[in-house]
Design a protein around this ligand. Sequence first.
Ligand SMILES: Cc1ncc(C[n+]2csc(CCOP(=O)(O)OP(=O)(O)O)c2C)c(N)n1
Length: 328
Amino acid sequence: MPLSNEQKIRLFTNLARVTAVDRLMVRLLRTGKLVGFYHEGGIALAPGVAATTFLDPEDIVYPHYRAHGIAYLLPKGVAIGTYVAEHMGRVTGCCKGRSSFHFCYPEQHVFGLSGNVGANFSTAIGYGYAARLKRRGQVVVTASGDGSYGEGRAHEALLMCALWKLPVIFWCENNGIAQYSELRDIFPGDRISVLAAGYGIPALVVDGQDLFACGAAALQAIAHARGGQGPIFVELLTLRAQEHAVGGLNMAGAQPRDPQLMEEWRRTRDPLQLAAARLLAERVLEQAEVQRILSDADRAAEELEAAGDAAERARPSIDELLAAVYAP
Ligand SMILES: Cc1ncc(C[n+]2csc(CCOP(=O)(O)OP(=O)(O)O)c2C)c(N)n1
């Protein structure tokens, strides 16, 4: 279904804001202000933005961990200052500065994010089942990368969601690589969505660098799941044009991909630039309006940094830390 101009502008504004925060996170890490490490989103942020821009507040999201979920969280209405402050180890963070990316935002129906690749699948069944029992029309987006489909839990989730016709959208960001493993070395084929057919689940394959194609696919998937037709699989073909994580160990000791190729992708396949060019060519926006959206996004990111700088550092006592640990 074609997007309206208003929908395109919403997507573009969200991608501009998310990209500015992603760049901020890398800058914070490189200047020693960020606690831990960061998995840069780079030019792979359009799928996440599209997945959540058109959801209802009650819909449930399990974000893909790349860019620590920011592409999914911001359009879902999460107060991003609490995300940045959390990563800066400040008491104003969503988990009082103790979690890095192991956070949740229950008010926005984002119940968790995990470093455990594939953790999204088991919970998708539960969220989907609860959604069907409790609230008519609520949908679940469970997002993860191509690398997660080697997990047994993925197949259990596909099977059970298909069997029980749960309103779950399997949102797969396929960037062709999982940490240091190229997809061709860990999967027989180059399209993860072929798995869906085995469970009778319909699938869409979308250019993940085309923000508006991602948005149209999201609308189609949401309508499918909300309409009671059961799960749907959406595969977004995207690109990782940088190392796996900033600030972590590079155990391979080498660039996983040709630096020149990654540089070319950054120059020619950046979804923000491509979307801006489309909006101008289709006369949806004037150059000055595009520029204002981009500079507003940059300014908002700078304000988040300033707020994080000004906030008190988290220095929890041992008792406070233990009080936050659940040990049955
Ligand atoms: C169960 C599990 N296995 C391995 C890892 C180590 N690991 C962290 S991220 C990652 C790559 C995941 O790749 P993918 O899901 O394709 O996402 P991408 O990083 O490409 O966005 C791996 C293997 C992990 N965190 N959890």
